[in-house]
Design a protein. Structure first.
Length: 116
């Protein structure tokens, strides 16, 4: 599901796209939120993400975004923003299952690289 959602936006090379997939305790998708940015920046609507997660009663969240540059490695800003978002979500009882960056034919998983 996650790769399918992001692959739809992957062809739009002029902007970063993000998807927030809200999950039930059993891992079922309960809601999806898509955000569009510009070529090298993507504003993260933290308060909106938290409000949506609470509204749909999603205790887990899967985050993903594209890197139009083709390099899936997270920037310092990606890492910092993800850590801040995770901290705020934890305070609300919401955990981040993973944050995945897609870039052309490769990806980067924050969970696999122990950045969550």
């Amino acid at each position: 599901m996650f790769a399918h959602v992001l692959s739809h936006f992957h062809s739009r090379r002029n902007a970063e796209m993000s998807v927030f997939i809200f999950l039930s305790a059993r891992g079922e998708v309960v809601d999806v939120m898509i955000q569009e940015g510009v070529i090298d920046a993507l504003p993260v609507p933290v308060d909106h993400v938290i409000a949506r997660a609470l509204a749909v009663r999603a205790p887990r969240l899967l985050i993903g975004h594209t890197h139009p540059s083709g390099d899936p490695r997270p920037s310092d800003r990606d890492i910092r923003t993800t850590r801040q978002l995770c901290a705020r979500l934890r305070r609300c009882g919401i955990t981040v299952a993973d944050h995945i960056i897609l870039a052309q034919d490769s990806y980067f998983s924050f969970r696999m690289h122990r950045l969550l």
